[in-house]
Write a protein that binds this ligand. Structure first.
Ligand SMILES: [Fe+2]
Ligand SMILES: [Fe+2]
Length: 287
C-alpha cells in the first residue's frame, strides 16, 4: 500500500494509465460468509458504489470548468474520471456479488435522479485554484475512507479492492494539489479565503450526495432496515464517523487538509500532534 504520509512527493507530470483493471479483481473468490451479515459493510459498500458511479457527472462538470487547460483537462478525462468510474464499477460488482437481493441499478437510478439536480457547474468554486483546493478535501476524504475500509475488512477481496482504490485516491490528491499550486501562483488567494473554501467543502462531505445514497438504499428495503428519516440518517452518520475514527489513519487526513494552506512545516507538525481532539470531534471520536 502507498505510504499515506507521503503526500509531499510531486505528482507525475504525465498522466499514468490506471494501474489495475476490473478484471484484476476476483469477485468469485469473495468469502460471503465473512461479510454478508455485516450491516455497516453493506451500507458503506453500496453508498460508495453509488457515489463513485455518480461522480461521472461531477467529472464532466470539472472538465468543462478547466476548458482551455490542456494538461489538466487531459488528466481529468483520461486518468481521474476513468479511475473514479472504475471505482464505481468495482464496488457495484462487489455489492451485487454479496447482496444480490438489492436491485443495484434501480436504487442507483433513484439516487442519481436526486443527486444530479444538485450537481451543476454553477456549484463549483468561483476560481480554479479554489476548486482545486476543494478537490483536495474530497480526495483526502476518500483516501481516509478507503484506508479505513481496507483496515476494517475481514473479507480478503474487499480488503484488496479498498487498498487499490486508496492508492488511486492518494494519487488523485497529489495531482489536484500540484495543479492547485500552479493556479494559486496565478490567482494568489489569501490563506483566509482558501481556509474558508476547505472548511466549506469539509462540511459538504458530511451531507450532500451521502444522504441521497443512504435514503434510496434504505427505501430499497434490505431486511431489517429502518425508514430513512432524519434520526436514522443521524445514527448512520454517527456509526460511519466512529468507523473512520477506529479504522482510519489519524495524521494523514490532517496533513492533507492543511497542505493547501501552505503553513510553516513546524506549525503543521505542531497542529497534527495537538489536533487529535478537534479530529475526534469531526469524526465522532470513537462513538
Ligand atoms: Fe474514487
Ligand atoms: Fe478520487
Amino acid at each position: 500500500m502507498t505510504d499515506p504520509a507521503d503526500i509531499s512527493a510531486p505528482a507525475r507530470p504525465v498522466p499514468k494509465p490506471a494501474h489495475w483493471r476490473l478484471s484484476d479483481i476476483d469477485f468469485d473468490a469473495i468469502d460471503r460468509g465473512a461479510i454478508a451479515d455485516d450491516p455497516l459493510a453493506f451500507r458503506i459498500v453500496f453508498l460508495a458504489s453509488f457515489i463513485e458511479t455518480g461522480s461521472d457527472l461531477y467529472a464532466g462538470n470539472l472538465v468543462e470548468f478547466f476548458a482551455g487547460d490542456a494538461e489538466v483537462s487531459r488528466w481529468l478525462r483520461e486518468s481521474w474520471q476513468r479511475e473514479e468510474v472504475q471505482h464505481g464499477h468495482a464496488l457495484r460488482a462487489y455489492a451485487e456479488h454479496v447482496w444480490p437481493e438489492v436491485d443495484w441499478q434501480r436504487t442507483y437510478d433513484l439516487f442519481f435522479a436526486a443527486y444530479s439536480r444538485t450537481c451543476t457547474v454553477g456549484d463549483l468554486e468561483p476560481a480554479r485554484a479554489l476548486e482545486l483546493a476543494a478537490r483536495c478535501i474530497v480526495e483526502m476524504g476518500t483516501s481516509t475512507f478507503y484506508s479505513a475500509l481496507s483496515n476494517y475488512a475481514r473479507e480478503p477481496v474487499l480488503k484488496d479492492l479498498a487498498a487499490r482504490i486508496f492508492a488511486d485516491e492518494v494519487r488523485h490528491y497529489k495531482h489536484f494539489y500540484r495543479y492547485f499550486r500552479r493556479y494559486q501562483l496565478q490567482e494568489g488567494h489569501s490563506r483566509w479565503r482558501i481556509g474558508r473554501t476547505l472548511l466549506r467543502r469539509l462540511r459538504e462531505t458530511r451531507t450532500g450526495d451521502g444522504y441521497y445514497a443512504y435514503r434510496e438504499l434504505q427505501n430499497a428495503g434490505h431486511s431489517g432496515d429502518s425508514a430513512p428519516d432524519a434520526d436514522s440518517y443521524r445514527a448512520f452518520t454517527r456509526s460511519f464517523e466512529s468507523f473512520i475514527w477506529r479504522h482510519g489513519p489519524r495524521e494523514m487526513p490532517l496533513r492533507m487538509t492543511l497542505k493547501p494552506l501552505e503553513l510553516p512545516a513546524a506549525l503543521v507538525t505542531w497542529l497534527t500532534r495537538h489536533a487529535a481532539p478537534m479530529y475526534a470531534l469531526w469524526t465522532g471520536g470513537g462513538r
